[in-house]
Structure formats: C-alpha cells, structure tokens
Design a protein around this ligand. Sequence first.
Ligand code: NAD
Length: 292
Amino acid sequence: MTTVGFIGLGIMGGPMAANLVKAGFDVVGYNRSQAAVDRLAEQGGKAASSVAEAVRDADVVITMLPDSPDVERVALGEDGVLANAKAGVLYIDCSTIKPDTARTVAEQAAQQGVRALDAPVSGGEQGAIDGALSIMVGGEAEAFEAASAVFDAVGKTVVHVGKAGSGQTVKAANQLIVAGTLELVAESIVFLEAHGVDTEAALSVLNGGLAGSAILERKGAGMLKREFTPGFRTELHHKDLGIVQAAAREAGVTIPLGAVASQLVAALVARGDGALDHSALLKLVEELSGRS
Ligand code: NAD
C-alpha cells in the first residue's frame, strides 16, 4: 500500500484526501485547523499533528494550500516537507501558486533527491468530491508517470503540460477564462432580469448553444438564487488574477479583458465579499446597474 502524506484539507484537499482513502491509499493528513483532520480520520485516514508527522513515512506527499507563501513555508521550511520526508519521495503540489515559486520548489526538491510536480487542479469543490478534477501537471515525465495512480484517484483529465512551473502557467490561463466567463454570465443574468425574461428558461437554452459553458452549467442556477456560499472563494481568485497579470507582463502579452475582470474581482474583495463564491461578481454587476 502506498502511503500518502496530505497537507491542507480544506474545500478541495478534504475531498481529494477522502478519494485517495477510497482508492486504497494509506492517507496521513495534516491541516492547520483540527476539525478537517478529524473529518479525514472519520473517513478512514490517519490524523497527523504536524507536517513532519504527516510526511515522515510517506511515499507520496501532496499539498493543497491557499497561496505561494503557504507552499514555500510548508515545502521548504525547517519543519517542512523536504526537511522531513524520506529519500526518493514524490512530492506533488496541487495548490494554485506562482509558476516561479513552483520552479524554486522543484529545484530545491531535486537538490535533495525528491521528485516534485506542480499539479494545480480545476473542477471546483464538486470536481474534487467526484474525483473528476482536471489536473495540469508540470515536471519531469518520469515523475508524472510515477504519480499516475494518485492522479487517477482524484482526477479525470490529467495532462502533463511540460517542465516544472508549466502546470501553474496553464492554471493561470484557466483562471483568466473562468473570471472573464463568470463576469459575462453575471452581466447576462442582470440583463435578462431587467427585461423580465424567464431566466431559468433562458439559461437552459443558452447552455445548449455556443454560449454554453461549464460556468453556466455549474454556477448559473446558484447565481439566479443569489446563493454565494463557496465553492471557490473570491479572494483566492483575486490571488490567481495577480498571478495571471504578472505572468502576462513577464511574457510581454496584453490581456485587456483579463485586466478588467481582474479589477472587478479586486473590487468585490475590497467591498468585503472576498469570502463569498466568485460567482458573487453578480452582486457587483447589479450595483453598477443600480439594481441592488
Ligand atoms: P481552503 O482555504 O478551503 O483550504 C486550504 C487549507 O489549507 C485550509 O484548510 C487551511 O487550514 C490549510 N492550511 C493553510 N496553511 C496551512 C499550513 N501552513 N499547514 C497546514 N494546513 C494549512 O482552500 P481551497 O478552496 O481548498 O483551495 C486550495 C488551493 O486550491 C488554492 O490554491 C486554490 O486557489 C486552489 N483551487 C481551489 C478551487 C476551489 O474551487 N475551491 C478549485 C481549484 C483550485
């Protein structure tokens, strides 16, 4: 049995770890708040009380943490993954972080004989629960192949997209598309409501045509009901759009619509709605239209 040390058991990490247990892995989990660790133990995993304890006997270590500084601390810190994992471990970071941080982690891991992959995911909380995530993986091909059983337990579309950091670059593009699409879906809903159209019927037919999308399908109904429980917290999307804008500047490309979407997400955070689902962009569109 392969032992997986899993750090970060939040909205995404919790169900991912549970799916690894279901697939037969021996999962040892650690999270900063205890309730999530207890939940994993109830689901058949083992509880650890530190990063060191979670990774000590692991063959594979997975982190699913909020942001780049969290991964730097947990992966590279004194009490972290590299300092405590056994030689030859496979380290997979599934968090969404800066591509250059992913490259730094991979370089430091390689110096210690640890194979590292950046493997950010898409598919949201439901995708994590269903074990149906899209996973974009950067790193060495051999490490990607070694991780296949782990990826199969949590993902459906798993693609090796290039060297270390590439997974994060592809994820940045994912977040650009999601933010822009969400904003246009929000604008369409406010537009349809202003015209007194049956919005449920409208979204259903729109989703059958070229305007159809996973965003419309998964977020549309909740937006009509003003149901903004995350899901994906707006403040995390704000973090991701910072990564997108920096990466676009670095590459010398312009992303005009992405810049607007990024400012709207920033405004949503600034007005105190960062903890709501990112589909709460609808609230902002309503306000801008004098309809809140
Ligand atoms: P979350 O805040 O629900 O989970 C993060 C977890 O990490 C929390 O339980 C927190 O207690 C824990 N944590 C933070 N620092 C820690 C530390 N030092 N040691 C141990 N545990 C620590 O966030 P999430 O929604 O699960 O997102 C995780 C990552 O996945 C983010 O990078 C996010 O951008 C990305 N992501 C999220 C979604 C989504 O729909 N929620 C989808 C795709 C990708």
